[in-house]
Write a protein that binds this ligand. Sequence first.
Ligand SMILES: Nc1ncnc2c1ncn2[C@@H]1O[C@H](COP(=O)(O)OP(=O)(O)OP(=O)(O)O)[C@@H](O)[C@H]1O
Length: 356
Amino acid sequence: MTATAPAIELKGISKAFGPVQANKDISIRVMPGTIHGIIGENGAGKSTLMSILYGFYKADKGEIFIAGKKANITDSQTAIAAGIGMVFQHFKLVENFTVLENIVLGAEDSGLLRPSLARARRELQALASEYELNVDPDAVIEEVGVGMQQRVEILKALYRQADILILDEPTGVLTPAEADHLFRILENLRREGKTIILITHKLREIMEITDTVSVMRRGEMTATVKTSDTSPAELAELMVGRKVLLRVDKSPPVIGRKILEVRNLNVTDSKGVHRVKDVSFDVHAGEILGIAGVAGNGQSELLEVLGGYEKATGTILMNGAEIDLTGAQSDGQSRRANGIAHGLCCTNPIMRGFTV
Ligand SMILES: Nc1ncnc2c1ncn2[C@@H]1O[C@H](COP(=O)(O)OP(=O)(O)OP(=O)(O)O)[C@@H](O)[C@H]1O
């Protein structure tokens, strides 16, 4: 290995799922000690590529080199042994185990000697303070927030001596403040010489944190550029294959009468968890109301109540007439009679909307 060998080099990686060519002849070099972004629209093939690197899928063709040496990654254990750690979009932690237990769990299978729990605790504390990854080792996973769960996943990878960390859409579940904290952690990791691959489709994150960015489109790698040499407009164009207007000029809305009135809406799910708490708002004719929130904060349940798929308590008035919240129908038929349609976006259940 030379000092300039890429931390990771993929050469000519191809992978098909039946008729879908998820990755087509992809080559990429990720330099050590850098944060390398991989950006692309939904379905561009980013997760497939990273799953090949992490040993979840076997490529149909192509080669992987780690620190200049050809690697034969057949499963996640060989990926971990090669120094690769992965933080998934959906965390893979054992909910009723503590932070410390989750971090050491399975480490004995990776070829590392499992130290005593007391030694593991000391190692964990050292790692946590080195990288600003503050966690409570004794907290039970199901009782801690997503920000800490993500830090546990990162620590889990570092505990297994990962030099290369792959993060798949890590900010999707975070509040803006938690995302900023994560970026500071990533900067600390880079400063300590770790190599980071960040999969995202958020241009702001790419511009803010990465050194280099590779763009994927329809299974192909369309470009790799230095972040300081590019712009959000250029990246957006590379992602979708045509010019994209990042700013839309809108004419001011003409707001009419009140159409929908929601008062003190409460939703409790089948497990007894209070998902929507005392929500009230109005929607007027000619108005587009956006509902923002990190996934899992009740916005899906709110839209399901509006669409008639979920029961709730509280009051909804449509054109001044109260609608029934006690019966939920799987097809939303009752709401259509009230003049409400609920448009489900099938490819991304988080992106749901309704029209009045
Ligand atoms: N296990 C699978 N079986 C069949 N098709 C798959 C599988 N995994 C991915 N695909 C398909 O491969 C293509 C690339 O998917 P992939 O998940 O890699 O894209 P992505 O860029 O990560 O998208 P996203 O941002 O939505 O996660 C898509 O058309 C997807 O439907």
